[in-house]
Design a protein around this ligand. Sequence first.
Ligand code: ZN
Ligand code: ZN
Length: 469
Amino acid sequence: MGKMLRFLVAAVALAVSAGVMIADPLPPSSLIATASSLGQSALGDPSAFNFVESLTTEIGQRLAGTEAHRRAVAWAESKLTAAGFENVHSEPFTLTAWIRGAESAEIVGPVPQHLVVTALGGSVATDANGIEAEISLFRTYDDLLAAAPGSLNGKIAVVTQRMVRAQDGSGYGAANPIRRRGPSEAAKRGAVAYLLRSLGTDNHRLPHTGALSYEDSAQRIPAAALAVPDADQLERLAAQGPVRIRLLLTPTVRESAPSWNVVGEIKGGARPDEIVLVGGHLDSWDLGTGATDDGAGVAIVFGAARLIARLPQRPSRTIRVVLFGAEEMNFSGAAYAKAHEGETGKIVVAGEADFGARNVYSVQLPSGAATNDFGRTLDRIIAPLGANLDRRPALGGGDDIRDLQTAGVPVVSLRQDGLDYFDTHHTADDTLDKIDPKQLAQAVAVWSVFTYLAAASDVDFRSLAPAVK
Ligand code: ZN
Ligand code: ZN
């Protein structure tokens, strides 16, 4: 009882300090009990898995700016409506769509053989006949950066740095510049094309795509990822002497292609204009069916909000589910933030599920919240679900909510086990069979508890943040 009382007192103190009227909050004891039973019922609820099964089966891949993505948007609207969401609509924006073409690579000398590659998203095409050149191989990205300007003139630069496997995905963050920035860094040193070892932790002959980002000041050169064993092969051959490669990539772009952020809401009871925003991204790469990236994420937030909508009493704040439309090429977050510029002060907190389909093992809250009653209460409720509060504040919440965060919206990060996420990430092997329904349901459970507590309590994350000097 003491804990519940402290929660109530703290909630009142917070509301007063933030100048917020408490309308009719649920009594804390009932709020905690509701959140606990919500989490338990989520463990046995198949609706998130059914959602991602339908998406990956009936739509499949859904590259932003393509007809497949347009079909996914219509599919999502009908699913949200059928599940009882309100205010279901799609918010349009445009992007430069990138469409994969033919892609092939081979070693022409000293020993001719096929290489498995896939173009990086955003890559320019080679000549129609491909490009043939000697390679310059770097075992680390730093080695490439240390190369002098002009030293790669006429060469195909190859970076074979390995990505580290880690539960929190930190290996991907560390390796990301190799893919994003590598092509321009190679071009600045004279390279005519760029290859990297796939950013992946597997050893299959399935290359991992992903977006690059060219620098305005550098020549735009074609860029592709090698399957991991093919990068190993090049390392061995390059150690013996010069290697020549032929590379063919024929992607195209479509300017001003349409995309949409799909929105559905569970309207709040007492304070409907305060918003708890949870999202994932509906678009996917074109190679697989976008099951773990990010069919699972949109399914998790859908499943969590759907369970809350079925409670006998609505939380006081509105829960807004946003299925972002172009995360992979990094367009949808900015489009969303711009369209909602005047509303960011109303968004209590934002979170995005975009890290696969496995269990949530910890939750990082906005700064200052972990040691508050909100954090302590959340910690208690998610412990039986196999997750705990991470006392470090969330540094970021996902690509699509970064612009909201920049505009001052507090963000949350629900950490999912990513130990094997990068085995199939952005490959043809990102398919439904990689999703364990039980682990997906656990992620839904933790998301539903967090979302419900944020929407049903008076927590003001902005007022909890330590003052910045
Ligand atoms: Zn993603
Ligand atoms: Zn992705």
